[in-house]
Design a protein around this ligand. Sequence first.
Ligand SMILES: NC(=O)c1ccc[n+]([C@@H]2O[C@H](COP(=O)([O-])OP(=O)(O)OC[C@H]3O[C@@H](n4cnc5c(N)ncnc54)[C@H](OP(=O)(O)O)[C@@H]3O)[C@@H](O)[C@H]2O)c1
Ligand SMILES: *[C@@H]1O[C@H](CO)[C@@H](O)[C@H](O)[C@H]1NC(C)=O
Ligand SMILES: *[C@@H]1O[C@H](CO)[C@@H](O)[C@H](O)[C@H]1NC(C)=O
Ligand SMILES: *[C@@H]1O[C@H](CO)[C@@H](O)[C@H](O)[C@H]1NC(C)=O
Length: 329
Amino acid sequence: MGTFTSVFVLFFAVISLTAATVPTLKLYDGGNIPALALGTWLGNNTKPGANEVENSVSWAIDAGYRHIDTAFAYRIEDQVGRALAKKIAEGVKREELFITTKLWNSEHAKDAVVPALRGSLSSLGLDYVDLYLVHWPVGQFNNGTYDYTDYVETWRGMMEAKALGLTRSIGVSNFNQQQIDRLLELGLEKPSVLQVEINLNLQQPSLLAYCSSKDIRVMGYTPFGSLFYSKAKPDAPAPRVDDPALVEIAKKYNKTVPQVSLRYLIELGVIPIPKSLTKSRIEQNIDVFDFTLTQEEKDVLKSFDRNYRTIPQLKWLDHPYYPFEKTTQ
Ligand SMILES: NC(=O)c1ccc[n+]([C@@H]2O[C@H](COP(=O)([O-])OP(=O)(O)OC[C@H]3O[C@@H](n4cnc5c(N)ncnc54)[C@H](OP(=O)(O)O)[C@@H]3O)[C@@H](O)[C@H]2O)c1
Ligand SMILES: *[C@@H]1O[C@H](CO)[C@@H](O)[C@H](O)[C@H]1NC(C)=O
Ligand SMILES: *[C@@H]1O[C@H](CO)[C@@H](O)[C@H](O)[C@H]1NC(C)=O
Ligand SMILES: *[C@@H]1O[C@H](CO)[C@@H](O)[C@H](O)[C@H]1NC(C)=O
């Protein structure tokens, strides 16, 4: 083997050691969705700075992430766009990337959907996204008053956006089973994806079974739930990151407790969306594809399910399309 070839082989060996490869799942309408995505929401009390998300997306792509979850409402689509442009210029192919963004509540009128997506595409610097989601079934104007537009009308706008090629697939977020069923009963296009909160305290087994029966993929947001003391509300149920049962499982695989909780979601068939602005955590969170939990361990993880929501959005409780159970919390 010549020196040139050796250097070449070494180069690829290094790449394969440092960048994880994430498996993909099939979408019913033909796409392949990577089984883990980077989250980009900064939280509802945090104002976006200049480039923290641009950095996180760049580090994520270097670490092997190919799926980025963003939204108009996060006010950082431009930062995502700058990171994508940089990585594409460095040789990452657009076709390898899977970009998800979301329609905000203020744009629920059928004719508002396509212009809203065009705006997101312009911020992202893309010709199309891979997945466009209705962020919530709840409409609300920018002045705070409710928009009572039926989400069925919004969905017709989404179908139009897909037909125009502005997005490869369309889906919904924070819709309940009845709301999805209503789209299907009307004979409208089936959502490819449902994005909802899924974590150890909110495992949603019946919603997952429903989606599986309809061949709808599920993305799980806030995948760490109340694991971290810094984020957990005082009344949030266990576990925390130092829970002895979880620490024991993590030790067995030389993983961390956050990694074990992501792995559990993956084994439930859920696409977790861990968010981090920290390079080492971004790298850690994708390093979850080289171990498999035993049934006994999964039973331990299952035992933390409390139907506890970290994002109940109670402020929209009186909207006719409020999606969650109104009795708990
Ligand atoms: N569709 C919707 O309505 C909706 C709602 C909520 C969220 N989402 C999506 O889901 C994504 C994730 O949800 P989320 O942002 O609410 O919460 P999350 O991903 O469950 O938690 C994020 C927090 O965990 C920390 N963290 C991440 N990895 C860690 C690790 N390995 N060890 C210790 N700490 C770690 C992060 O800290 P640092 O950043 O400081 O590292 C951050 O404080 C969002 O970013 C967004 O893309 C969608
Ligand atoms: C809020 O905005 C909507 C849409 O622009 C408008 O129809 C409505 O009258 C406004 N309501 C108030 C109280 O300003
Ligand atoms: C355990 O994981 C760490 C971090 O990924 C790694 O550096 C270390 O080599 C691993 N140890 C063993 C025994 O595999
Ligand atoms: C968002 O902010 C409101 C008001 O400050 C708070 O009650 C709510 O818990 C926050 N939601 C999340 C998910 O942090």
